[in-house]
Design a protein around this ligand. Structure first.
Ligand code: SF4
Ligand code: SF4
Length: 214
């Protein structure tokens, strides 16, 4: 059960169907890659030298493709220039990017966080500090939610462990560096962002975790 706009709503596990598709990554690209679990080497791999030659071939192919392909692009392909004139030009941030962690709010501005403390426990940098409280009788919320960004390693564990989609890695990367460590201690109010602002990342993580059967 979870609270939504002061009502108690029964939640059932149902296949996730996104209402919006702003991440713009096709499902087949998000498909989990095949991982070879067996560590037994084949006879070919045990010969050792062929695998070294194969690795060198792949590396050399990429090297020459990048070196020559930029000047003389392969037939039918356009010359691609990846340089942008930052900060006048802003890069397009892919949804997989992990920027500053942000707290998600309901449309009425309340925190989705229920102060369960899971993110605080899992955080390897121990940079989250929460004091939980109750309002309207039985609604848990974080009275204090501090995040010390000078310690954060942007691992995304807090986002992964949160049962309420209450904290996600936003696409914020600018203005995080500072000469003053104290200004890197973010309070709850500074971390809060609306679902709409974080919709790209929310859509992305739902699709990723859905595939991993979380
Ligand atoms: S991203 Fe990692 S280090 Fe940063 S607050 Fe979340 S769990 Fe902690
Ligand atoms: S952000 Fe999520 S995991 Fe962290 S205390 Fe709030 S509800 Fe729990």
């Amino acid at each position: 059960m979870e609270h939504k706009n002061s009502e108690i709503v029964e939640t059932k596990k149902a296949p996730y169907k996104p209402e919006y598709r702003v991440g713009d990554i096709p499902d087949d690209v998000l498909k989990a890659k095949n991982v070879r679990i067996s560590v037994d080497l084949t006879l070919w791999e045990k010969l050792y030298l062929p695998e070294i030659i194969r690795g060198l071939t792949i590396t050399s192919r990429h090297f020459f493709q990048n070196l020559i392909g930029f000047v003389i692009p392969p037939a039918g392909k356009k010359r691609r220039i990846d340089t942008i004139y930052y900060p006048e030009e802003k890069p397009v941030i892919p949804p997989a990017f992990r920027g500053r962690p942000s707290l998600v709010t309901w449309p009425d501005g309340r925190e989705k966080c229920v102060a369960c403390g899971l993110c605080e426990s899992i955080c390897p940098a121990q940079c989250i500090y929460i004091i939980g409280g109750e309002r309207r009788g039985d609604e848990r919320y974080p009275v204090i939610y501090n995040l010390d960004l000078s310690l954060c390693i942007f691992c995304g564990f807090c986002e992964e462990v949160c049962p309420k989609e209450a904290i996600v890695m936003s696409d914020i990367y600018e203005d995080l560096a500072t000469y003053d460590r104290e200004s890197m201690l973010y309070t709850k109010e500074q971390l809060m962002m609306s679902e709409k602002e974080l919709s790209t990342r929310l859509d992305y993580v739902r699709r990723i975790y859905d595939k991993c059967n979380y």
